[in-house]
Write a protein that binds this ligand. Structure first.
Ligand code: BDR
Ligand code: CA
Length: 316
């Protein structure tokens, strides 16, 4: 099987951490060229550190981790400790990572890696604010020919916003970067809240993962339990939505998801609706169809995949 080369751009975040573990447990399908951290759920220093700790839990010393942008392109950084805890990955013990960060800036890594790649070859998976990716495209648009697909967690249509009435967190933190990415002209697949709210981490699903009883599974269960506390209350649901791993699950088993090719435009002017993803689901405009908007998922199939992949980790 040919492995798909990917760069995961993230802001761990419990759900980012679980996306990383899902990707790290799938070496037959995914060649993780690097993990790039961005400021988002917590400041950059913590998202970069957390990425290194999750690399240790996944026992993947071979994957380099880079720190990127500490601030959005134009706006002040907004973080989400009220969801993720002060560390970003509350729910597990924080220990000093075994290996350090790379010295290169994440944006330089993205640009250099894409320049060295074949045309249409690298998949980029942004699961935090789009600052690193937007900055890389702005600085060197020639990299775009090397991009096969961009698989984003961000945005909302039917579900409305989770950070403001009309905006989802990753997009509103850096709407200007999101605007650059959505206009870039490469194939884009989007896992917004409409689909991620369907994959709830119920107590039964968390128990099944914990019962696998290896380090990665115990960490996943611990993080999910912490993270579910906030979201279950906020959304009056039986568990928290597991946003970011939807991107990796799509790369592994695209048949779990259903989507529609649409125009998606990002609001960057109105303070009231800043960061809104205007999804033209019914094609009311003739704006170019620039993205695949995912709207349905087989949630049981998603948790089967996640649980099976986590069972592949040895006891760490
Ligand atoms: C997104 O925002 C963050 O809090 C999560 O990690 C996810 O990427 C969901 O809106
Ligand atoms: Ca995230």
């Amino acid at each position: 099987m040919t492995k798909r080369p990917i760069i995961i751009d993230c802001d761990p975040g419990q759900d980012d951490a679980i996306a990383l573990l899902l990707a790290m447990s799938s070496p037959d399908e995914l060649d993780i060229l690097g993990i790039t951290a961005v400021a988002g759920n917590v400041p950059l220093e913590l998202t970069a550190r957390n990425s290194c700790q999750i690399r240790d839990i996944g026992a993947r010393d071979d994957i380099p981790v880079f720190a990127g942008c500490a601030q959005p392109m134009q706006r002040d950084l907004v973080t989400a400790e009220y969801v993720h805890g002060v560390t970003g990955i509350d729910g597990i013990d924080i220990v000093e990572p075994k290996l350090p960060l790379e010295e290169m800036h994440a944006v330089d890594f993205i640009i250099e890696t894409l320049h060295a790649a074949d045309d249409d070859s690298v998949t980029i998976v942004p699961i935090g604010p789009l600052t690193n990716i937007g900055t890389a495209i702005k600085r060197d648009p020639a990299i775009l020919t090397k991009v096969r697909e961009i698989v984003i967690m961000g945005g909302a249509m039917r579900e409305g916003g989770n950070r403001t009435p009309s905006a989802e967190f990753n997009i509103i933190v850096d709407p200007h970067a999101a605007d650059i990415v959505f206009r870039c002209g490469r194939p884009i697949t989007v896992m917004g809240l409409d689909v991620t709210y369907q994959v709830l981490a119920t107590p039964q699903r968390i128990d099944r993962i914990r019962d696998l009883d290896n380090e990665a599974a115990r960490a996943t269960a611990g993080m999910l339990e912490f993270y579910s506390r906030h979201d279950s209350v906020k959304f009056a649901s039986v568990g928290a939505p597991l946003h970011d791993p939807c991107t990796i699950a799509y790369l592994l088993q695209p048949e779990l998801f259903q989507g529609k090719q649409c125009n998606i435009s990002i609001e960057t002017s109105s303070e009231l609706t800043m960061g809104h993803t205007a999804v033209d689901f019914w094609h009311t405009t003739d704006f170019p169809k620039n993205a695949m908007w995912m709207h349905a998922v087989d949630a049981d199939g998603f948790y089967e995949l996640l649980t099976e992949r986590l069972s592949r980790f040895g006891d760490g």
